[in-house]
Design a protein around this ligand. Sequence first.
Ligand code: SF4
Length: 164
Amino acid sequence: MKPPTTGGEADASPILCPSARCQDGAYLVGVVGVDGTIGYVSPLLQVDAQFVQRAERGRDPERRFRFAQPCAEGGCRNWDGARCQVIDRAMAAKAELPPLDETSLPACGIRRSCRWFRQSGAEACRTCPLVITDLPSAAMRAEITSRAALSTEAEDALGTLSRL
Ligand code: SF4
């Protein structure tokens, strides 16, 4: 995966979903703290197969960390054709949060490539620390993965379901 841009360089990297599955090659966006909010990882780290193997020994790694992978757009159930609905729903649910100006954004390593930031700017970053990636139930996963027509992108995107 081409590294996302993080500074002022030309941005030719893929747009990243910041609530993706823990898989070899994913970027580690942050760690879920004891208060349930995200502590961001910067500079950016890319996880490998060994990390994934170790992380899977405990609770779902997506509930303990946040990962980024290329946005699947139409291959994801949260894509409405133009926008990611995960962050739109999260922002609507947490509309009471105080505003965040551009000088106090979280120290996140994927900002220039982030789907949510591209959609909503600082408004997304205000709510993002409260989003913990959720996964479909085991029964739903089994049912979904039995469908031969399911694309790899759609399977990847299942990890973008989020609990608010
Ligand atoms: S919404 Fe903001 S804080 Fe969250 S991953 Fe995207 S750029 Fe980083």
